[in-house]
Design a protein. Structure first.
Length: 331
C-alpha cells in the first residue's frame, strides 16, 4: 500500500505526528527518545538485552524446525547426527534472534507510538541504537547461517537464512507499512524453519515436510491478526496498516476464522500424506480449540475475544508440533 493510499484509510490521516504527541503527552519526549536520551544505558539489565532478541518466538520457531526434522518419513532425527540436530536448533534460534533484534532496531521510532512496544530497549533508549548493535546483529545472523552450512548442509543453511531475511527484510522493511496483507508473506519465516529442519534430516524434502511448512504459513496470519484486533487503535495511531485498521475488526475476525478453517484442514491433510495417529489427534484437538475461539471472535470482535483467539493459536500450534514429535518417537 502506498503512503498516499495509507493516508486515505479511515483514521490514518496525519496519524504519525498526532500519535507521537499522544505517547507521553508531549512531542518532546518522542524526540528525546529518538536521540537515545530516554533510559540509562548504565542501568541496563540482562533482561533488557535478552528482550531485544524476541526469544519466546525464537524458541517456537526452533521447535518448528525440530518438528520439520522429525516429520521426515522413516528417518526422523535419525537422518542427522546429534551434533547436527543441536547445531540446526541453535542456528535457527540465533538467526531468529538476529531477525527479532533487527526488527526492534529498525522499528524503534514506530515502537514508541504504541503502548505495548514503547518500553522495548531501542524504543525507550535503554540500549543505544548505533552501528555497533547493527554490526552485532548482522554478525549473529551470519554466524548462525555459517554454522548450519558447515555442520549440517547448504540447503538447511539456505532455509535458515531465508527465514530470518523474510522477517527482517521482506516483512519489517518491505511490507509492514505498505500493505495490510504484510503478515501473509511475512509468515513464511516459520515455514522456512520447518524446511530447514527437514533438509537437515534429508535434503530431498518430501510432501510431509512441505505440508507442515504450509501449516506454519497458514498459522501466522490468524495468530497475528487476532493480536492486531486487540491492539487496533495502537496500530492506527502508529500509522501501521494492519488488517483491522484498514478493513475493520468485524471483517478481520471473519478472515481470521476462514484462515483458521484452512489451517485445520491442512493440518488434518498431513495424515493421508503419511503422518500417524498422534498427528491426527493433535490436529483435531488443537484445531477444535482454535476454531471455537475464532468463532467467538466473529460473534464479538473485541479485545477479550481477540486475545483468547491469539492464545488459542499458540495452543493449537504447540499441540500439533507435539503430535509430530510424538509420531516420530513412536515410529
Amino acid at each position: 500500500m502506498s503512503r498516499s493510499a495509507l493516508r486515505q484509510a479511515p483514521g490514518l490521516a496525519a496519524a504519525e505526528p498526532a500519535a507521537e504527541a499522544r505517547v507521553d503527552g508531549t512531542v518532546s519526549s518522542g524526540r528525546a527518545a529518538r536521540r537515545g536520551h530516554v533510559g540509562s544505558v548504565g542501568n541496563v539489565t540482562w533482561r533488557t538485552v535478552l528482550g531485544v532478541f524476541k526469544l519466546r518466538i525464537g524458541v517456537l520457531i526452533m521447535v518448528s524446525a525440530l518438528a520439520g526434522m522429525a516429520i521426515v518419513p522413516a528417518s526422523g532425527t535419525d537422518g542427522a547426527s546429534a551434533l547436527q540436530v543441536l547445531v540446526l536448533a541453535l542456528s535457527v534460534l540465533l538467526a531468529s534472534a538476529a531477525a527479532g533484534a533487527f526488527n526492534q532496531y529498525a522499528e524503534a521510532d514506530s515502537d514508541r507510538l504504541m503502548a505495548r512496544t514503547r518500553q522495548r530497549a531501542f524504543a525507550s533508549g535503554a540500549l543505544p541504537r548505533n552501528g555497533a548493535w547493527l554490526c552485532g546483529i548482522v554478525a549473529l545472523f551470519a554466524g548462525a547461517v555459517a554454522a548450519a552450512a558447515w555442520w549440517v548442509n547448504g540447503l538447511a543453511a539456505a532455509f535458515v537464512a531465508a527465514g530470518a531475511l523474510t522477517y527482517a527484510v521482506v516483512y519489517t522493511l518491505g511490507l509492514k507499512r505498505r500493505t495490510p496483507w504484510n503478515i501473509v508473506i511475512g509468515g513464511a519465516a516459520g515455514s522456512f524453519a520447518v524446511l530447514a529442519g527437514a533438509a537437515a534430516a534429508d535434503p530431498h524434502i518430501g510432501p510431509l515436510a512441505w505440508g507442515l511448512a504450509l501449516v506454519l504459513l497458514l498459522w501466522t496470519p490468524p495468530h497475528f491478526w487476532s493480536l492486531a484486533i486487540a491492539n487496533e487503535e495502537q496500530y492506527r495511531a502508529a500509522g501501521v496498516p494492519m488488517l483491522p485498521v484498514v478493513v475493520g475488526a468485524q471483517r478481520t475476525a471473519r478472515i481470521v476464522h476462514a484462515h483458521a478453517l484452512a489451517l485445520v484442514a491442512v493440518s488434518l491433510a498431513l495424515v493421508p500424506l503419511g503422518a500417524g495417529w498422534s498427528v491426527l489427534v493433535a490436529a483435531l484437538l488443537g484445531g477444535a480449540h482454535f476454531l471455537r475461539k475464532t468463532r467467538a471472535l466473529v460473534r464479538r470482535p473485541e479485545r477479550r475475544t481477540a486475545m483468547a483467539a491469539f492464545f488459542a493459536s499458540m495452543v493449537q500450534l504447540a499441540v500439533l508440533l507435539g503430535g509430530v514429535v510424538l509420531d516420530a518417537a513412536t515410529r
